[in-house]
Design a protein around this ligand. Structure first.
Ligand SMILES: Cc1cc2nc3c(=O)[nH]c(=O)nc-3n(C[C@H](O)[C@H](O)[C@H](O)COP(=O)(O)O)c2cc1C
Length: 156
């Protein structure tokens, strides 16, 4: 099945946008009809989509408030829902970042995502200088995850 898909994200530092673009591109290459949405500009009505991919960053232990607005849409319960996080913690402890930042929201809003994942976020330049690490992101991880989404949805 090809799927009418929304990839929506909220970003402050740009990581979630870069991951969203890789995910959208990979799904498009797999025959999905994809709309990409920056939630800073628009909160879309998700009713017309079969598959919804939602991504956010985190700062000071909180995911972005505007991203959480989308989680309140009742129609999410009938979608193939996938969620990703971009975070500093995910550079070394991706599973822990999922449990800390995404899992409580899943429970709070009663969501049933088919997959939850965290990707390594960007480290602000002044912090990067301290530990010598500059490039932390891993776009390939998002590509592999998107290929898995394509496989799952096509098998439905
Ligand atoms: C001011 C600030 C606070 C941050 N706080 C956290 C944090 O509490 N936990 C964490 O895992 N990452 C933290 N980070 C790293 C961000 O999650 C990372 O920069 C990520 O790329 C944010 O996503 P975005 O680029 O899509 O906005 C912080 C980054 C900044 C700039």
């Amino acid at each position: 099945m090809s799927s009418n898909t929304l990839v929506a994200y909220f970003t402050k530092g740009g990581a979630s946008e870069e991951y969203a673009k890789v995910i959208a591109k990979t799904l498009t290459a797999n025959g999905f009809l994809v709309e990409t949405c920056n939630l800073a500009h628009d909160i879309p009505d998700i009713a017309s989509f079969d598959t919804v991919v939602l991504g956010t960053g985190v700062r000071i232990s909180r995911v972005y408030r505007r991203w959480k607005k989308v989680l309140k849409q009742k129609a999410l319960s009938s979608k193939n829902l996938y969620m990703f996080l971009s975070s500093g913690m995910a550079i070394e402890e991706p599973d822990k970042a999922v449990e800390k930042f995404l899992r409580p929201l899943i429970e709070k809003y009663g969501l049933k995502p088919k997959s939850l994942v965290s990707f390594p976020g960007k480290i602000p330049e002044k912090w990067a200088k301290l530990d010598g690490q500059k490039e932390t992101m891993n776009l390939d991880k998002a590509k592999v995850w998107a290929m898995e989404i394509a496989r799952q949805v096509q098998d439905l």
